[in-house]
Design a protein around this ligand. Structure first.
Ligand SMILES: [Zn+2]
Length: 228
């Protein structure tokens, strides 16, 4: 069940608003609605061609996260919106770093067990891991990162990654583009509160929406070719 109207949602929307004001000014026209529920990924970001709302659905476990980790996750989701529905996860991560938010992305990855890059969609795309992100930080950012790691008492190490990282839904009537773990699906209407996840069936990757298989065989070439 979704949690609504409480201090947790205020915390999430405040982090998102701060990010928009400081690093994503082009998204100022959007109103951000946050929802918390049990999902198959840490985050699902959804927006539409015709409206100025960004819906951010976060998994319940992020309620335990430190603000720095939450900031890294939400920055990643805002970069999806800024770059467009079919952007690769790698380009989205690089965008976060270029906007000066790499420290937060590094914290998010180290605390979610992604020490190394996580290859997805059969190697077509990847999430940057803590080690790669670190290599892109300047001296001042590295200092800031070290301080945060000490403060959070975190020692960078690989862990088993349980949840998918995130999913993206772009409503582009009459079609909907859905990206999850580097796989892109073009499908019909997806209900507002739908749950989405992937399953492997034989050699195909299938998208499951509200427990029903909606589509199989994603088009990862769209990422490779950088189509927008
Ligand atoms: Zn993503």
């Amino acid at each position: 069940m979704a949690l609504t109207g409480n201090k947790y949602l205020d915390r999430i929307t405040n982090v998102a608003k701060r990010l928009v004001n400081h690093a994503y000014l082009e998204l100022s026209k959007y109103k951000i609605n946050a929802v918390i529920k049990c999902t198959s990924a840490f985050a699902l970001v959804r927006w539409s061609r015709h409206e100025t709302n960004i819906r951010l659905t976060l998994d319940k476990q992020v309620l335990k996260w430190h603000d720095a980790q939450l900031t890294g996750l939400i920055a990643h989701e805002l970069s999806h919106v800024a770059l467009g529905a079919k952007s690769s996860e790698e380009s989205v991560d690089r965008d976060v770093i270029e906007r000066g938010l790499g420290v937060y992305l590094a914290i998010e990855r180290v605390m979610s067990g992604r020490h190394e890059d996580q290859m997805i969609a059969r190697g077509v795309d990847r999430y940057l891991g803590y080690r790669t992100i670190r290599n892109h930080l300047d001296e001042r950012e590295l200092e800031q990162l070290e301080k945060l790691l000490v403060h959070l008492r975190v020692y960078p190490q690989s862990k088993t990654v349980a949840l998918e990282h995130d999913a993206v839904i772009y409503d582009c009537d009459p079609e909907t583009y859905l990206t999850i773990n580097g796989h892109i699906f073009t499908v019909g209407l997806i209900p507002p509160d739908a749950s989405v996840h992937l399953i492997q069936r034989n050699n195909e990757i299938c998208l499951v929406v509200n427990k029903n298989i909606k589509s199989c065989s994603s088009n990862t070439n769209q990422i490779r070719n950088g189509l927008q």
